[in-house]
Ligand binder design. Structure first.
Ligand SMILES: NC(=O)c1ccc[n+]([C@@H]2O[C@H](COP(=O)([O-])OP(=O)(O)OC[C@H]3O[C@@H](n4cnc5c(N)ncnc54)[C@H](O)[C@@H]3O)[C@@H](O)[C@H]2O)c1
Length: 315
């Protein structure tokens, strides 16, 4: 399969990620079939795509109209119909091995013989998913950052069976979408992004549990400190800039003091018991009284768009 031959695409699962993935494909001129087993989700997805494109237009990040984008998306509850002509299929169904294996094993019979099957799993084994088919060499991990219509990176995970041709065509396809692939050459739980994210979250919770600083100050230390400078220099560049002697000494001193917890923090349990589940519940680590989840997400997306526009990272 060559990238030039990709014309028709499909996204299976139209939830939080799937609807926006179909939008990204459509924005780049691909025909997309967006499939979900739940008709209500498809209706919701259409409304979400409309709002996302309007937001992109308000921020001068696209010239496309809502109509342009929706014209390229075919909403369906039939997997057979979605797969029939698709050269590239991205599954973004519920994070459950059984469900993903069932979906992909059927797709193999419903799609053309050359089709690439990508999985948006956040951490399940791509190899295990691929082995639900008789063509595991055509299965590749394609893990997107949320929200996918703004974030520029996509992790491309090579399962044990993924062929180099599949990886190459996936790279090429992502580039036509204006996305930057990051290669995960060896399949490990959480790939790269989630391992780094959870390492920071584990230590943030540890600092909070130990009473070292407030939620707000820990967030500020990341946003206006570590994350801000990390936009310019990554961890390896940071070590090179100081000196490896220094970082060796700091690591020797700090490593024994960092959290190495293998269980989730007890703070999760306490908050969950009180119903403080996050924005959707009106309270999590912060109080969101009177602000809907939708509103908070829009505000985050506006800020991200402004930043990405400034950095020139938008396709
Ligand atoms: N939410 C995130 O931030 C995020 C980020 C990166 C990757 N992911 C991954 O993306 C995938 C989807 O996550 P989500 O957050 O969009 O979940 P979600 O629950 O919002 O959406 C999943 C959708 O799949 C549909 N579905 C379930 N079984 C199906 C089937 N057999 N055929 C068709 N549709 C089916 C459900 O109806 C639902 O609409 C997961 O693998 C997840 O790990 C999520």
């Amino acid at each position: 399969m060559r990238v030039e031959d990709i014309e028709h695409t499909a996204v299976i699962g139209a939830g939080v990620m799937g609807h926006a993935l179909a939008q990204v494909f459509a924005q780049s001129g691909y025909e997309v079939a967006l499939m979900d087993i739940d008709r209500d989700v498809l209706r919701w997805a259409e409304g979400q795509i409309q709002r996302n494109v309007e937001l992109l237009r308000e921020e001068d990040l696209t010239d496309l109209t809502v109509k342009d984008v929706l014209n390229s998306i075919y909403f369906t509850t039939s997997q057979r119909e979605a797969a029939r002509k698709a050269d590239f299929i991205l599954e973004s169904v519920t994070e459950n091995m059984k469900v993903k294996r069932e979906v992909i094993s059927k797709l193999e019979y419903q799609a053309p013989k050359h089709t690439i099957f990508a999985t948006n799993t956040s951490g399940l084994s791509v190899t295990e998913i691929s082995e639900a088919t008789r063509s595991p060499e055509r299965v590749v991990g394609c893990h997107w950052w949320n929200p996918p219509y703004i974030m520029p990176l996509v992790e491309v995970i090579q399962g044990e069976n993924t062929s180099p041709e599949t990886v190459q065509a996936t790279h090429g396809f992502l580039k036509t979408l204006g996305k930057e692939p990051i290669d995960v050459k060896k399949e490990v739980p959480g790939f790269i992004w989630n391992r780094l994210q959870i390492a920071v979250i584990r230590e943030a919770l540890h600092l909070l549990e130990e009473g070292v600083a407030s939620v707000k100050d820990i967030d500020r230390a990341v946003k206006k400190g570590y994350a801000l400078r990390s936009l310019v220099v990554g961890p390896f560049e940071t070590m090179d800039l100081s000196s490896l002697n220094l970082f060796r000494a700091v690591s020797a001193n700090l490593n024994p003091n960092l959290s190495n917890a293998s269980e989730p923090s007890r703070l999760f349990e306490e908050k969950i018991k009180r119903g403080e589940l996050g924005v959707a519940a009106g309270r999590g680590f912060y109080d969101y009284a009177g602000r809907s989840r939708e509103e908070v997400i829009r505000e985050r997306d506006r800020q991200l768009m402004a930043l990405i526009k400034y950095l020139g990272l938008m396709p």
